[in-house]
Design a protein around this ligand. Structure first.
Ligand code: MG
Length: 159
């Protein structure tokens, strides 16, 4: 078979005094995401989808939160490493689709930049990367602005 599909999900808590970084873009907001790395929930979901497509486990296996090496890590650097792993195994990205679920702030003005950043790191065309944003209609923890979640699917193609 020359195509493989993977899906990824992640959620991080929103707290004061942390930057809000999504898809490698620093977004002005009074709250940011808590995590061992930069807590870029979108990039984490995409990495898990890429690894999942090749049954390679999850990002916690490669970048354990217990390892001080990854404290404050730029998730785009981790994404580059996951991409290299996939390329080394003879696969490349066909396309990615993703959704960020956040009550606030409005993410629409930042989506083009997220797609640009992600496509630069992954060395693909921005039109191979879908990023969408939705609210949770005020329902549940995301709706109460306690966190931001992201979902991603990726199609890998044999090189
Ligand atoms: Mg995460």
């Amino acid at each position: 078979m020359n195509i493989r599909i993977g899906n990824g999900y992640d959620i991080h808590c929103l707290v004061p005094d942390r930057p809000l970084i999504l898809g490698g873009v620093n977004i002005p907001h009074e709250l940011g995401l808590l995590g061992h790395s930069d807590a870029d929930v979108l990039t984490h979901a995409i990495m898990d989808a890429m690894l999942g497509a090749l049954s390679l486990g999850d990002i916690g296996h490669y970048f354990p939160p217990t390892d001080p090496k990854w404290k404050g890590a730029d998730s785009l650097v981790l994404l580059e490493q996951v991409n290299q792993l996939i390329l080394d195994k003879g696969w490349e990205i066909g396309n990615i689709d993703s959704v960020i679920v956040a009550e606030r702030p409005k993410l629409k003005p930042h989506i083009a930049q997220m797609r640009d950043r992600l496509s630069e790191v992954l060395k693909v065309n921005p039109d191979q990367i879908g990023v969408k944003a939705t609210t949770n209609e005020k329902l549940g923890p995301v709706g109460r602005e306690e966190g931001i979640a992201a979902y991603a699917v990726v199609l890998l193609v044999l090189k």
